[in-house]
Design a protein around this ligand. Sequence first.
Ligand SMILES: [Zn+2]
Length: 406
Amino acid sequence: MAHKKTIDVQAAVAIAAAEAIAAKTQGTFGVGGLMLDQHGNVLQSLHNNVIKDGLIYDPTAHGERQLIDWYYAERAKGRELPEPQDITIVTSLDPCCMCSGAILAGGFNVVVAAPDKNAGLNYDSSADFHALPKALRSQASASFSYPAILGTSLYARASTGATPKSFFIGKTISEPTQALCSLVFEATSADVMEMFNTDLPQEVLKDPATLPASHALVSVLKQHYPDALTYRCKPHQPDAGLAPFLKQAMARDREYGGAGDAVALLDSFGNLLLCMPGRTAQSGIRSAFMETTRAYAQLRYKLMNGATPEQQNEVRHYLGHPKDGTFVFAKGPDASAVSFMNLGAYGSTMEGPLPLKNPAQFQYVQPSLPEAELAAVCAAMPPLYRNIIRIRPTQVADAALVSALV
Ligand SMILES: [Zn+2]
């Protein structure tokens, strides 16, 4: 659709709605979006890709996040594109915390159609952005637009937030288009979230460290991360033995343009599965957590897609959902847009309540914020994150691991 041009909010939202319908057909969250330059040229349009072929493909593959990574990938190839402050993303649904963090980290503008009372940044329609850390709210007020829906139905609303960029001549959305954006999402939301909760319970999971090194599952795991299964701790209790793996990834993160972050994923037996750096030189939103959660989901997808039911069953037994394991961040979240994106992406990885028997699912080694401040950031997030998933980052208990990363 790269040759199209639209100077009308309604026409742009209609493209996003068509993408949302395509997403529903694919069996994923019914959300779509597009990216426009400062003249209204459509640079790219796409839809949610969290689910493909009936499997979780990538929990971070929301429309807005993919558009931003697409933008940076195009620029890296040498394509001349306007600066993010001249770019507008139009989305059929209010951005979640991951996508909002990505939009703010890049400095893009966004025009939003349907609200999302559960996970949307503007979940209460106040447009005061109190779900964000304080320092990010004025940027959101200046870049997030909620155009007026003219009419008298429950979809009608006054415009709030920023004024859409001046190339937009028409600045309103029609009721039927807004209703379509809402209904397509509502028609998919419960089913897709349910897919995140069909994974096997921890009690029946099997230890991948018991598989022979020649097993296909082990070799695919080691292709993604050669050091997989070479470290093991007590379940959910990372110790100083994890430090060399984190330090190696932190060094690579600096090489790749980051500030030295790294995230490890341990399974429910305490096995190290992955430990990844970010790739921020390629895209400012490719943080270590985004890389790690995506790599694990795509690893499972690759092993399961096209496999026999028996093979799929084996993958599900040996590579459980990350909610039963532990993510270990080298650096704890701070109040930045990238950290907010990471917290949101963590929520998108879980999509449902964390198992009660695993309260320390999200751990960090070095704190970036005092514990109470970090808890306040999490407590202000939209209802999905604070009431359903209950994101609760905690510092690792092992003092030797903490001092090893100083
Ligand atoms: Zn999102």
